[in-house]
Design a protein around this ligand. Structure first.
Ligand code: ATP
Ligand code: MG
Length: 444
């Protein structure tokens, strides 16, 4: 019998249920991931024990019953969170979202049949080994996403599965089986019925996958259901010496080249979303996209808001997009000026964005040296504690007022002039020198 090397806590929790006379298995994503040699995100256990019986078995442990309505008890088993759910049978689906009712079942097969894809129906326990009622293991071997049962029916029950199909295709590197793929495209309008938060969470996982370009091309109409602006990138040519892909191809290759965090992936996904609107072709047939960074930032802002991303995420992403085509600072003084305007987080983000942006252009290394220098500037600025912000300046508003500068706009202006003097090495960051210079400015 195969062993999937589950964490000891998972095996022990299953044994505890078995020793009380119940059936219990690890199920779904965690079995799929272990079979593929991947680290699961979370561990789910399915059992014929009713929620109250599960609670009794784990009464010595901390339990959270937030999901109890759906039959789920979360047990903190030696500090390890396990979601334990009673075998479920979903009732009729009438709204493309939720079953009208859920009932508990005594049959494992009922519980597995309600799951979305064959690769997500696998179960495992140390005593029974792998249980595979829907051919999930073979589909994993062949790297295939296939609906359990009739795809049209399964997608109309819960349209989020449409997005999950393409999300798993990206994250697992699987192809969507033909009938399932046709059904995804045929039914993609149903996504309109899904709460945007659920769409957002699947979309975020999708764009964080290592490889997304092919899947997004094949299933572009699905993404177009909730980001119609993105469809415009497809076939938007860039006849310039710098580009080799249309905006769609460039965007997704740039996305794949950046680290896999939601913020950085969202930045790349939307960094050129304003290009179709800004495209102008000159008399020589060369394309220009003047002002596209600002337009992209504005469009991204609307989309992120519509998709209910947190404001802090939208703020950072849009700031990066708005500034993504600024010239790189070429000297340490220019680096300090950049830092004074945008701060360290944006400075470091800019380097990553620019590197990824270049990676998807004709010459992937065109900016290597400039970007490496930007890193070195920051390192040295930090090490020497060099001043680039008003906070670090050795005089403040009170000091200036004490030598006669009036409170108000003048005060701010003088402080900023002083900071500039320090950044460009025209005045040392020392109180007496700064006050002297302040008085000169103020007289002017
Ligand atoms: P991951 O956690 O890696 O994102 P997962 O497959 O574990 O992937 P979860 O969202 O954690 O996905 O769901 C756990 C299991 O519940 C799935 O493997 C699947 O069996 C089932 N499932 C989840 N969402 C649905 C759904 N919308 N329709 C049908 N079954 C679902
Ligand atoms: Mg999971």
């Amino acid at each position: 019998m195969i062993s999937l090397n589950f964490p000891e806590q998972v095996n022990s929790a299953i044994k505890l249920l078995e020793n009380s006379g119940f059936e219990a298995y690890a199920v779904g994503g965690c079995v799929r991931d272990r079979l593929m040699g991947r680290e699961p995100n979370d561990y789910d256990i399915t059992t014929n024990a009713l929620p109250s019986q599960t609670a009794e078995v784990f009464k010595e442990y901390r339990c959270l019953d937030i999901g109890i309505k759906h039959g789920t008890l979360t047990v903190l088993f030696d500090g390890f969170p396990l979601e334990i759910t009673t075998y479920r049978l979903d009732g009729k689906y009438l709204d493309n979202r939720h079953p009208e009712s859920v009932s508990f079942s005594a049959e494992l097969s009922d519980d597995l049949a309600r799951r979305d894809f064959t690769v997500n129906t696998l179960c495992y326990s140390e005593s029974k080994g792998l249980v595979d009622l829907f051919g999930g293991a073979e589909d994993i071997r062949n790297k295939v996403i296939r609906c359990v049962g009739d795809p049209d029916r399964r997608f109309s029950e819960d349209a989020l599965r449409i997005l999950r199909a393409i999300r798993f295709s990206c994250t697992l590197g699987f192809t969507v089986e033909e009938k399932t793929a046709e059904s995804v495209l045929r039914n993609c309008e149903l996504i309109d019925n899904i709460a945007i938060e659920r769409v957002r969470d699947e979309f975020t996982k999708l764009i964080c996958a290592s490889s997304v370009t092919e899947v997004c091309e094949k299933f572009l109409p699905v993404i177009g259901r909730f980001i119609p602006e993105f469809v415009e990138l497809y076939g938007c040519e860039q006849n310039t010496p710098y580009h080799i892909y249309d905006v769609f191809g460039h965007t997704l290759r740039a996305l794949e080249a950046i680290e896999s965090t939601p913020e950085m992936r969202l930045t790349m996904f939307f960094h050129d979303i304003g290009k179709p609107e800004c495209r102008k072709t000159d008399e020589f047939g060369t394309d220009h996209f003047k002002g596209h960074a600002a337009v992209s930032a504005e469009k991204a802002r609307n989309i992120l808001k519509r998709m209910k991303y947190p404001n802090a995420v939208a703020d950072f992403v849009c700031a990066l997009i708005e500034n993504h085509s600024l010239p790189c600072p070429k000297t340490k003084q220019q680096a300090k000026k950049f830092l004074s305007l945008y701060g360290e987080k944006l400075y470091e983000g800019f380097i990553k964005v620019r590197r990824a942006d270049c990676a998807a252009k004709a010459d992937p290394h065109s900016h290597d040296e400039k970007l490496e220098n930007m890193k070195l500037f920051l390192k040295s600025i930090r090490e020497n504690g060099e001043c680039y912000s008003l906070k670090q300046l050795k005089v403040n508003g009170n000091d200036l007022m004490a030598v006669g500068v009036k409170n108000g706009p003048d005060l701010r202006r003088v402080l900023e002039l002083l900071l500039n003097e320090v950044i460009f090495d025209r005045c040392p960051n020392e109180k007496s020198a700064l006050l002297e210079r302040a008085q000169e400015f103020y007289k002017e």
